[in-house]
Design a protein around this ligand. Structure first.
Ligand SMILES: [Fe+2]
Length: 162
């Protein structure tokens, strides 16, 4: 039992999912910076700012995930090479089109959302309400952002047709 009352073998699966989430968020963060820097075209101002808002948000969440792992008395993965090994978000190529960038971020969100649902499922098995609470708020936030980005792609495709 640790000081929170969790046995190591019961909390380890939660920590593994959290470390996966930490890895995925780091790669997602870097994809956002890539797009923030390399965005071009008529949507520059909108998306340059939007990507910045998203990566600033991801930066805060990265720290919260790592500190949750530490609170559970485990070590957060701290090396980029390991993030790339453990994470399933793909490090993006250099993209030219703003639409491709938004679609890539939406795909990244899908992976993060699945990962968050696994965190909640694992944490639920050991009544780790602290982790459930954190992951639940991240999930709600990502779902809302995904709706907004999805709405943006719908508008963009319509204006292409016209
Ligand atoms: Fe900037």
């Amino acid at each position: 039992m640790n000081y929170l009352g969790f046995r190591n073998e019961e909390i380890k699966p939660v920590v593994n999912e959290l470390n996966k989430l930490l890895s995925n968020y780091h790669i997602y963060y870097q994809n956002l910076r890539n797009f923030h820097w390399n965005i071009k075209g008529e949507n520059f101002f909108d998306l340059h700012n939007q990507f910045e808002e998203l990566y600033n948000d991801a930066r805060l969440k990265i720290d919260e995930i790592a500190e949750r792992i530490l609170t559970l008395r485990h070590r957060p993965i701290s090396r980029f090479s390991e993030y790339l090994e453990v994470g399933s978000v793909v490090e993006s190529e250099m993209l030219e089109q703003d639409r491709e960038m938004v679609l890539t971020i939406l795909e990244n969100h899908q992976i993060l959302i699945e990962n968050l649902r696994s965190v909640i499922e694992r944490a639920g098995k050991v009544n780790d309400e602290g982790t459930i609470d954190m992951a639940g708020s991240f999930l709600e936030n990502l779902e809302k952002k995904s709706w907004m980005l999805d709405a943006w792609t719908a508008r963009a495709s319509k204006s292409v047709e016209v």
